[in-house]
Each structure stands twice: as structure tokens, then as C-alpha cells.
Design a protein around this ligand. Structure first.
Ligand code: AMP
Length: 283
């Protein structure tokens, strides 16, 4: 495995692999790797001959009051984990390499896909992600890019980006890796204290409960969702959103129809930690 930090170096390495006829799958991460990331690396290995992982905490996707400063950083452990998984290249740029220091003349602007869910709650978040992933795609030029369903809105927005900007890259989504008690794995789970960690699977349980009701025929889940939000508040969560969204355009949906695909998604705080989770409903 090679670790490289400059754009010239990663381009040269990828060109070398491609000249041997090898296909490349790319897994972008912000590090603090857990089993969710590793499951994406394995999926990437199934798809392509070689896997490239990036580890970069992208400042552009953090709001001024968010956790950029305290985001977990553990490069040494991450590199060992990548090596064990048989990753060929790890790209670890710094801010200067990714963004330089000169004035920027272009801004990303996103449409309705960004209006709700995390896009609605975190201004600038997806603009920052689109910016960095667009750069990564141009730098690495992989055949495949693998992302987690955990960040389903990210996957949908980036899939549109690939289509609208004609990146020659196949987008692949990996399922959500969970702890035994159902909690979706996340680098941010490291912030939870013991008490919060015990309460944390409550978000997934709420989603599972609503999923079951919908599968049993509840097609207007508004009241049900409100009730589950109240229950979460009673368990110490501070709700951000809990709702059903259209898979197509990420807009909230009040009345569900069979034959359609939806995302049942929630975001809530436990103390300072923001948890997100979702279930795809193919009705
Ligand atoms: P992050 O390092 O949090 O930016 O995540 C890097 C990639 O890992 C993204 O595509 C995430 O969607 C994905 N990911 C994060 N958590 C999980 C999980 N629990 N299961 C599967 N993929 C995940």
C-alpha cells in the first residue's frame, strides 16, 4: 500500500495502475475509520481490481459552529486498517493541496435536493461535499465510487452531480453497518458518553417502528412520526427531523403510494452529538 499526499503523486499512481489495465474503485472518507468504512472498502474490492481511499477532513463541509476542530483524527490507525483491507493507495492531502490559498471565483449552488433533511439543517454542508468530491473525482478519476447509504442524501446529490457533470464514474451505495444494538456506526459515535451510547439506538428503533406501521398499511404516517419524535424527546434526544422523503427529489411526503421508493430518515442530537439514520422503503 502507498500513502500519497499530493495531486501529482496520486495521479501518477493511478495512471500507473490504469496502464496495467486495472480498474479503480474510490472510497472517500474523513478518517476515524470504523466497520462501516471497511465494509465500503470490501464492496469496492468486489467491484474493481484496486481500491483508492482518501482520508481528508474537509473544512468546507463544516458550519462555523460544527465540530471541525474536534472531529476525530487517527491517521496511524486508519492507515493500518487500510493496509489490512488490501487498499492499494491512500490519498491524504492537506487543505493547501485541496484548496490552495488564492481567491475562489466559483460557488456551488444546489437545488431542491438540498432543501430538506441534512441539506435543510446544515447550510453549506452539501455545497462543501459536492465541491470536495468533484475535485476528488477529477483528481483520482476512478471507474467506481463507493459511498454509504447512511448518508443517503449525499449519495443522491452526488449521483446527480455525476450525471449532470458527465463524470465517467459508476456510483455504488453500500448498506448501513450497525452495532449489535442497531446503532448506525459513525465516527461521531466516539463523542457519546456511556449514558448517551445506551440511549442512541432509540433513533433506529423509532425508524423501525414507523417502518413496520407503514408496511402494515399506514400510508399517512404524519401523526405516527410526531408521536415517535415525542418519545425520542422523552428519552433525551433533541429532534432535528424524522420524516418520510421522496427518493427521487428528497422532498417530504405526507401521503405514501405503493410502487414508489421513499426514505424514512431521522436526525437527532444526544447531548452535542448529532446522529442520523435512515431506512429505504420500496413500497
Ligand atoms: P465519513 O468518513 O463519515 O465522511 O464517511 C465516509 C463514507 O463512509 C461515506 O460514504 C459514508 O456514507 C460511509 N459511512 C459512514 N458510516 C457508515 C456506516 N455505518 N455504514 C456504511 N457506510 C458508512
Amino acid at each position: 500500500m502507498k500513502q500519497v499526499s499530493t495531486i501529482d503523486a496520486i495521479r501518477a499512481e493511478v495512471t500507473g495502475l490504469k496502464s496495467q489495465g486495472k480498474t479503480i474503485a474510490f472510497v472517500p472518507t474523513m478518517g476515524a475509520l470504523h466497520k462501516g468504512h471497511l465494509s465500503l472498502i470490501r464492496l469496492a474490492k468486489e467491484k474493481a481490481d484496486e481500491v483508492v481511499v482518501s482520508i481528508y477532513v474537509n473544512p468546507e463541509q463544516f458550519g462555523p459552529n460544527e465540530d471541525f476542530g474536534s472531529y476525530p483524527r487517527q491517521m496511524e490507525d486508519d492507515l493500518n486498517a487500510c493496509e489490512e483491507e488490501g487498499v492499494a493507495l491512500v490519498f491524504t492531502p492537506n487543505d493547501k493541496i485541496m484548496y490552495g490559498s488564492g481567491k475562489k471565483y466559483f460557488r456551488i449552488e444546489l437545488d431542491e435536493l438540498n432543501a430538506h433533511m441534512d441539506g435543510g439543517s446544515r447550510p453549506g454542508f452539501f455545497e462543501g461535499i459536492v465541491l470536495v468530491v468533484n475535485k476528488f473525482f477529477n483528481i483520482v478519476k476512478p471507474d467506481y465510487a463507493v459511498f454509504g447509504q447512511k448518508d443517503i442524501q449525499q449519495f443522491q446529490i452526488l449521483s446527480r452531480m455525476v450525471e449532470e457533470f458527465n463524470h465517467d464514474i459508476e456510483m455504488i451505495a453500500g448498506p448501513i453497518a450497525r452495532a449489535n444494538d442497531g446503532l448506525a456506526l459513525s465516527s461521531r459515535n466516539a463523542y457519546l458518553n456511556d449514558h448517551e451510547r445506551k440511549a442512541a439506538p432509540g433513533l433506529y428503533r423509532a425508524l423501525k417502528y414507523v417502518e413496520k406501521q407503514i408496511r402494515d398499511g399506514v400510508m399517512e404516517p404524519g401523526l405516527l412520526l410526531k408521536h415517535q419524535q415525542d418519545e425520542l424527546e422523552a428519552k433525551g434526544f433533541k429532534n432535528d427531523y424524522l420524516n418520510v422523503f421522496s427518493m427521487e427529489n428528497m422532498q417530504p411526503v405526507e401521503k405514501l403510494k405503493s410502487g414508489k421508493k421513499y426514505i424514512l430518515a431521522g436526525a437527532a442530537y444526544l447531548g452535542k452529538t448529532r446522529l442520523i439514520d435512515n431506512i429505504i422503503l420500496d413500497l
